[in-house]
Design a protein around this ligand. Structure first.
Ligand code: GDP
Length: 480
């Protein structure tokens, strides 16, 4: 096991609680005993270094004071509702399911139902709340994760029973696995005459999703999102899974969490949907959101009702920020506005630091150095090829590479062009993309350039394997 906040605290002569809170500021939620990855430790160390130098200019000690005040509460933990994301292949019924749920189980219903799409909503099943993120699609999900927000507890994978496992089904599985969220399979469209839910089960076993009646532990529910058949059963299964996970948070500390979506409204100014993940968010709270700041001026739920406070797992729409943050940005509440402003400005600096980190993305060219510097145990790779045979050949050969105990971890491999979802996954997992007889889509190409993702294209499998091996040994010929 690596170093945790406690160890790091000793090293940096700081209280572990302060380290944890500092990590919060940097967009990471950890507990004392969780081991930290090398990246995190470096960013943190660098951050403290920078602070030490600039202490006279920015009143950083105020920010630290905020953290100290928070620290006494961290031991208190209360159960919180699960946060669920729905993923799956296009047309398999994600939107239909979200719409059905919105209409059948709304909590805000008493006051006239959900009146606005704010990117997330809560519903009630037998007195238990479930939060749904209203933005289906694994690309958005992984984009957020790439920005540091891990806001999904459970993934519901929708697979149409008349269509079976399709390319985006596989993408969704890999994205969920990389994010370490358990998957519940909703086999949809069972009302269709040509529905074959059994076939879906058999197909998914090839991807490690083994149903309970086959000795596995993946929950499968046959549903019709259109008719609402078994949707209650699906919700009960989500609650069951949530129960097993013992999801908890501390509502007694200052609010903290992530941005689900944000926009500029002509009348209201910057508007952001926040998911509270820790503590309680109150109207009037001074707040830092990404590198924006302000005071929570208005706070409403998906029904447009005003809220005074919001506890963990509650999505709310707020106004009062000085600028528009980005989806996936983290937020924290401060005790006063002055500190919030100072912290907001510090966050802007951290954003620059993050950009520098982005320049350190793993590529074949810097692979050898990265492996040494970051003590890498595995090289993450995504494979895209024109035919399944090549996908498997490449994947099998790459997995066999072993350079001084470091090997290749294929996090996603499928047939098709390199798409934006691949870029998002590569970004979130610091992976290299290898394309065989395929090209990136124009959008993916642009995105790869922006995010500095190394996309390598080959026509000869051997060359790909040769390059990766050479790169891991530090003997890759420069391509320019
Ligand atoms: P998405 O792309 O995954 O969001 O898929 P949609 O929710 O837009 O659904 C695609 C199509 O499948 C629409 O025409 C839906 O009406 C239809 N559909 C979704 N769920 C069901 C279902 O349970 N049964 C049937 N028969 N059709 C469904």
């Amino acid at each position: 096991d690596g170093m945790n906040a406690q160890d790091l605290g000793k090293l940096l002569h700081r209280e572990p609680a302060e380290i944890i809170k500092k990590l919060f500021m940097l967009g990471m939620m950890v507990n004392q005993n969780q081991s930290l990855d090398k990246d995190t430790i470096e960013v943190l160390a660098e951050d403290y270094g920078i602070q030490a130098q600039e202490k006279e200019h920015v009143n950083v000690s105020d920010i630290d004071k905020f953290f100290e005040e928070e620290e006494n509460n961290t031991s208190y933990q209360a159960p919180r509702p699960p946060v669920v994301t729905i993923m799956g292949h296009v047309d398999h019924g994600k939107t239909t399911l979200l719409d059905y749920l919105r209409h059948s189980h709304i909590t805000a219903g008493e006051a006239g139902g959900i009146t606005q799409a704010i990117g997330a909503y809560q519903l009630k099943q037998d007195d238990h709340l479930i939060t749904f993120l209203d933005t289906p699609g694994h690309a958005a999900f992984t984009e957020m994760r790439a920005r540091g927000a891990n806001i999904t507890d459970i993934t519901v994978l929708v697979v149409a029973a008349d269509d079976g496992v399709m390319p985006q089904t596989v993408e969704a599985i890999d994205h969920a696995k990389e994010a370490n969220t358990p998957i519940i399979v909703a086999v949809n469209k069972i009302d269709r005459p040509n529905a074959n839910p059994q076939h879906v089960k058999e197909q998914l076993m090839n991807y490690g999703l083994v149903p309970e009646d086959y000795g596995g532990d993946t929950i499968f529910v046959d549903i019709s999102a259109k008719n609402g058949t078994n949707v209650d059963e699906l919700l009960n299964m989500i609650l069951l899974q949530a129960d097993v996970m013992e999801l908890k948070a501390n509502p007694r500390q200052n609010g903290a969490g992530s941005v689900v979506e944000a926009r500029l409204d002509r009348g209201k100014g910057p508007v952001a949907t926040l998911l509270v993940q820790q503590g309680t968010l109150h109207r009037g709270d001074p707040i830092v959101v990404g590198d924006t700041f302000g005071r929570v001026r208005t706070m409403t739920n998906e029904a447009g009702q005003d809220l005074e406070s919001a506890t963990p797992s509650t999505p709310v729409e707020i106004t009062g920020l000085n600028a528009v943050p980005e989806a996936g940005d983290r937020f924290v509440v401060f005790d006063d506005e002055k500190t919030a402003r100072a912290a907001g400005e510090e966050r802007a600096k951290e954003a620059q630091m993050e950009e520098r980190k982005q320049n350190n993305r793993v590529t074949l060219d810097n692979l050898f150095d990265s492996m040494k510097q970051e003590d890498m145990k595995q090289v993450n790779v995504i494979i895209k090829a024109d035919v399944q045979g090549s996908v498997e050949a490449l994947s099998d050969s790459l997995k066999k590479i072993d350079v001084e105990g470091v090997n290749v971890n294929v996090i996603h491999a499928s047939v098709g062009a390199v798409n934006e979802s691949d870029i998002a996954l590569a970004k979130a997992s610091n992976a290299i993309i290898i394309g065989f007889n395929v090209r990136p889509t124009p959008q993916a190409k642009l995105q790869a350039e922006t995010d500095k993702i190394d996309v390598r294209l080959y026509q000869v499998i051997y060359n790909a394997i040769d390059d990766v091996t050479a790169a891991m040994k530090g003997k890759l010929d420069p391509t320019y």
